[in-house]
Structure formats: structure tokens, C-alpha cells
Design a protein around this ligand. Structure first.
Ligand SMILES: NC(=O)C1=CN([C@@H]2O[C@H](COP(=O)(O)OP(=O)(O)OC[C@H]3O[C@@H](n4cnc5c(N)ncnc54)[C@H](OP(=O)(O)O)[C@@H]3O)[C@@H](O)[C@H]2O)[C@H](O)CC1
Ligand SMILES: [K+]
Length: 503
């Protein structure tokens, strides 16, 4: 599914109407019906609040459909401002002719508006959508405030009125929606963490604009969906050997952080790697070796040999920050360069990222694939921006770092961003039920394993993050929190279900 800002939505609309010839009223009708599909139609009394732009036009059309269904509908509308756009005027006039109750909003009607909001089972917010770019005028702010204070349930049409669809910021006052039915594409601003609390449940509805039209206007930003994830699960050949499913070397674990090494290693095994080897810091090597079952081990003195044999190196979980880790990283990089890089992948996580602080230029000269999996704090150390700035610009930060350093960035957190600098994918799965130590180590092992099984690094990162969060969501349906070891246990079953649904 594509992610779009205001300019892209306008362009999609323009191409659909002007170049393809889909009539604009058809799009408005489809938009209205998409909202109707998501309304609880067992309810009896609906209040529709409309602005003067096309967002308001959607609302007038929704009111008509509710009227046709014999629902009790009151329409309140903004009476001051610029002329109605053509389709909005058409829908406004139809309602007038039908005799649907239509009340212009003003200081005189504010009292009856308030009473209607209180009585309504559902309030439909159709004041403004993607057409607003500057702070709202006072009267509109007041209307929004009344809706927020007095309504039981609000469905926002396309965008909660007052939210900037590009960046999620509030333009003076914003509707606090219970559900947002947005059209055609996920809006970029909805991915802003501050915006999320205003959106309620987000439903993206197709309003009859064909995919190729969207593609003409796209900006290379997507939301991973189930169909994409499913299409990426590698099919296993009946005759395959363990050596066909990738040799993964995990370089992880130091004193006090042995769990990270085990979790990462086991995640790679559970995701389907044929051969997984663990190399840790010297001081924990013996104790870790005793705890491995399916995985092999190599002593840190043999790091170059192990690297040379591996298709993928996952470097960093629990390895400890400091010079020893940095030296190990340099040895891995040298060995990968000398052993026919190109098809190999180095995934850097946790301390593998921390040792790159002020040394990120190392990344730009490598012949092999590099994946970085930072959380926001690690990203901040890598790029020098504050966590606050990064959280407000997650896609842009990850994308420009990936572009500059010729690598793939997986910027973790709610709505993890995966990008190679050209395209960016936002992962919708996962939740705070997964906010536990070890989760990142598991993700690193999963992505590393998928690279070893032949997926392109970007694909491996897209599928790995989706899978990790998807399993987390399934487990969180039944549990208050989810542990990394529970994720690992559930990986094979979840992959099998995905794979079977592909055939
Ligand atoms: N392709 C699609 O996705 C379709 C989307 N549809 C719907 O259309 C809206 C976008 O419609 P648009 O007419 O471009 O804009 P809005 O309705 O969101 O906003 C215009 C109205 O907002 C008023 N406005 C603008 N700035 C302010 C402000 N600062 N304070 C108060 N009011 C403001 C403006 O009034 P003016 O008097 O200032 O001109 C307009 O009344 C999209 O979101 C979808 O819902 C189509 O229906 C189908 C195709
Ligand atoms: K709206």
C-alpha cells in the first residue's frame, strides 16, 4: 500500500480525473460509500458536519446515503467562506431538495449544534481534509472543540479535521477521532507518533482509483501489507540441503549479555537458516558454547575464518561497546572484503552500531550489502540528530542516512521504517507489548536468516520486521506482554501459515 502526502494525493486525483477521465463525482460517491461501509448502521441518529471543500462534499453524500437508509440525519455546515466546489455544491443541493435537515453553523445555532452532538450516536467529521495548509480560522477551531467535547463517537472523513496530512501536526485544533476512513493511500502525517492518538482506528479505503494511476504519482513510500509479506516468504525446495538455506555467523555476546547472543542465534535457526554459527567475546565463549544445541560455534580467534565461510554476518547484539568490539568489526569487514563480498551481507545491530559513532564513513566504501538496525537512540548516535527530531522525521532521517551511506536502514520503533535510500517501507505490525529486552536481538537474527535464504537485503528487512511484529501482535492478542523467546518459538508456525496461504 502506498503512503501519500497532500501533493501526491492531489496529483493522483488530477491524473484520475483529467488524464484517465474518471468523473470527479464518481470519486466523491465512492468516498462516501467507503465511509458508509465503515459506519455502525445499527445506530439510529447521525450528525454530519460539513465544510465547503470536497471533504464537505463527501459528508453531504454520506448524509444522502444515510437518509436513503431511513436513518435520522442532521447536517450542520459551514456557511461562510469560498464558493462550493462543483461536486460539493451538487451534493449540497440534492440534500436541500430532499428536505434533509440542514443547519448553517453560526454563533446563533451553536446551542442546537451542541445538543445534536450530545444526542448523536455517531458524528461524521467532514469539515476539512487534505485541502488545508495553514492554521485554522477561529470559527472552525470552535466547531472542532465542540465536536471533541460533546460527541460520543466520531468518524473522520479522510483526515481528522485540523490535522496536517503531510506531517501529522495540529493546525490550531484537531478532531479527536474514534475512526478515520482515509482514501486510497495511507497519509504520511498519520505515521507521526503525536498524530496517532487523534486518528482512532485507521481504515484505508480504495475509492476506485486504479493502481497504475497511483504509481504515476508515487514517491517511493509504502506501507508493508500482508500480501507483500506473504509474497516474500521463501518457498523451500523438497530436495534442498542445509547448505542451500544460508550460512549465518552471529557475532554477539559479552559478559552480562549472553542472552542477546542466544536469542539472536536461535531466531536465525527458527527462521530457517541451514547453518548458524555463534562467535562471542572470549570471556563468555565457553559458557555460551555449552548452551547451544542446533548452532555451531567458533572461537573469537577464528573470526576471520568464520566470516569467510558465512553468507551473512549478524554483528553486535550484546557484544559490548568499545575498542575490542570495534577491532572485531574491522576484522569482519576485512575478511568480507577479501572473500568475494558482493553477494554477502553484514547486518549491524546494537553495539555493532554504537562503535560506528563518528566513524560512519567506513560504511560508504564496502563492496558487500550492509543492513543497520538502529532504534532511535542508536540512530541518534549514528547521525548526530536528536531523538526528538528523528521521531518527527522518521522516514526522511532513515532514507537520507541510507542514501548517504549506501546501506539499508531499519529504523526500529512503532512503525519501523525500512529503506535503501530510494524506497521506504513502513511496517504496521508490532506494539508496545513487545517492548522487552531481547526483541531487537531476535529481529536481527530473523533478518539475517532471511538474507541467507536468498532474499535481497531490502526484502529480508521488509519481511523480517513484518513477521516479527505480526507474531508479536498474535501473541499480544492473548498476553499482556510478549517475550523474545516466545516470538522465536512461534516463527516456524507463522512462516508456514504465510507460505501455505501463498499456494
Ligand atoms: N482523490 C481523492 O482522494 C479524493 C478526495 N476527496 C475529498 O476531498 C478532500 C480534499 O478536498 P479539498 O477541496 O481540496 O479541500 P478540503 O475540503 O480538505 O478543504 C477545503 C476547505 O477548507 C477551507 N479552509 C482552508 N484553509 C482553511 C483555514 N486555514 N481555516 C479554515 N478553513 C480553511 C476552505 O475554505 P476557504 O474559504 O478558505 O476556501 C475550503 O472550504 C479530501 O480530503 C477528500 O475528503 C474527494 O471527495 C474524492 C476524491
Ligand atoms: K475531515
Amino acid at each position: 500500500m502506498r503512503i501519500a502526502g497532500v501533493e501526491m494525493m492531489r496529483e493522483i486525483d488530477r491524473i484520475a480525473v483529467e488524464e484517465i477521465g474518471i468523473p470527479a463525482p464518481v470519486l466523491m460517491e465512492n468516498a462516501a460509500l467507503a465511509c458508509i461501509r465503515n459506519l455502525d448502521l445499527t445506530k439510529g441518529y447521525f450528525v454530519v458536519v460539513c465544510g465547503r471543500g470536497n471533504n464537505g462534499g463527501d459528508g453531504f453524500a454520506i448524509a444522502r446515503h444515510l437518509y436513503c437508509m431511513d436513518k435520522e440525519v442532521d447536517v450542520f455546515y459551514i456557511s461562510e467562506g469560498s464558493d462550493y466546489k462543483t461536486e460539493t455544491r451538487t451534493n449540497f443541493r440534492i440534500l436541500k431538495r430532499l428536505g434533509v435537515p440542514m443547519i448553517p453553523l453560526s454563533s446563533e445555532t451553536m446551542w442546537s449544534f451542541r445538543e445534536a452532538l450530545k444526542d448523536a450516536d455517531v458524528v461524521i467529521d467532514s469539515l476539512v481534509g487534505t485541502g488545508v495548509a495553514k492554521p485554522l480560522r477561529d470559527f472552525l477551531r470552535q466547531v472542532i472543540q465542540e465536536i471533541n467535547i460533546n460527541s460520543k463517537y466520531v468518524l473522520s472523513v479522510d483526515v481528522p479535521s485540523g490535522m496536517n496530512a503531510d506531517n501529522g501536526e495540529t493546525m490550531g485544533q484537531v478532531i479527536d477521532a474514534d475512526m478515520t476512513v482515509t482514501f486510497q493511500c495511507m497519509k504520511r502525517g498519520f505515521l507521526n507518533y503525536d498524530a496517532m492518538s487523534k486518528l482512532g482506528r485507521v481504515i484505508v479505503e480504495n475509492i476506485g482509483i486504479p493502481g497504475p494511476v497511483e504509481a504515476k504519482a508515487e514517491k517511493g513510500e509504502f506501507l508493508t501489507d500482508h500480501a507483500l509479506a506473504r509474497s516474500l516468504v521463501p518457498l523451500r525446495d523438497k530436495t534442498g540441503f542445509k547448505s542451500n538455506y544460508g550460512k549465518v555467523l552471529v557475532v554477539a555476546g559479552s559478559s552480562g549479555f549472553t542472552g542477546a547472543a542466544l536469542i539472536c542465534t536461535e531466531a536465525a535457526i527458527s527462521t530457517g537458516s541451514g547453518l548458524v554459527t555463534l562467535c562471542s567475546r572470549e570471556e563468555v565463549f565457553q559458557s555460551l558454547v555449552l548452551r547451544l544445541k542446533e548452532a555451531m560455534s567458533i572461537h573469537p580467534d577464528d573470526l576471520e575464518d568464520g566470516t569467510g565461510r558465512a553468507d551473512v554476518v549478524v554483528f553486535g547484539p550484546g557484544l559490548g561497546a568499545g575498542d575490542v568490539t570495534f577491532d572485531m568489526l574491522l576484522r569482519v569487514i576485512k575478511s568480507m572484503q577479501e572473500n568475494g563480498g558482493r553477494s554477502k551481507t553484514l547486518l549491524l545491530d546494537a553495539d555493532g552500531l554504537n562503535v560506528l559513532k563518528d566513524r560512519t564513513e567506513i560504511l560508504t566504501h564496502l563492496d558487500f550489502n550492509v543492513i543497520l538496525t538502529p532504534h532511535v537512540g542508536e540512530m541518534s548516535r549514528l547521525c548526530g540528530l536528536s531523538s526528538e527530531v528523528i521521531q518527527k522525521n522518521r522516514i526522511d532521517t532513515a532514507r537520507s542516512f541510507a542514501q548517504e551511506h549506501k546501506c539499508i536502514v531499519v529504523l526500529k520503533g512503532y512503525n519501523t521504517v525500512i529503506t535503501d535510500g530510494k524506497t521506504a517501507y513502513v511496517n504496521p505490525t508490532g506494539s508496545s507489548a513487545m517492548a522487552q529486552g531481547g526483541m531487537g536481538d531476535a529481529l536481527a537474527g530473523i533478518i539475517g536468516s532471511l538474507c541467507g535464504q536468498g532474499l535481497e537485503p531490502l526484502e529480508a528487512a521488509i519481511l523480517g520486521t513484518y513477521l516479527h511484529g505480526y507474531i508479536g501482535d498474535e501473541l499480544a492478542g492473548e498476553n499482556y506482554i510478549v517475550k523474545a523467546s516466545e516470538i522465536i518459538e512461534a516463527i516456524p508456525g507463522c512462516m508456514k501459515r504465510l507460505q501455505d496461504s501463498k499456494r
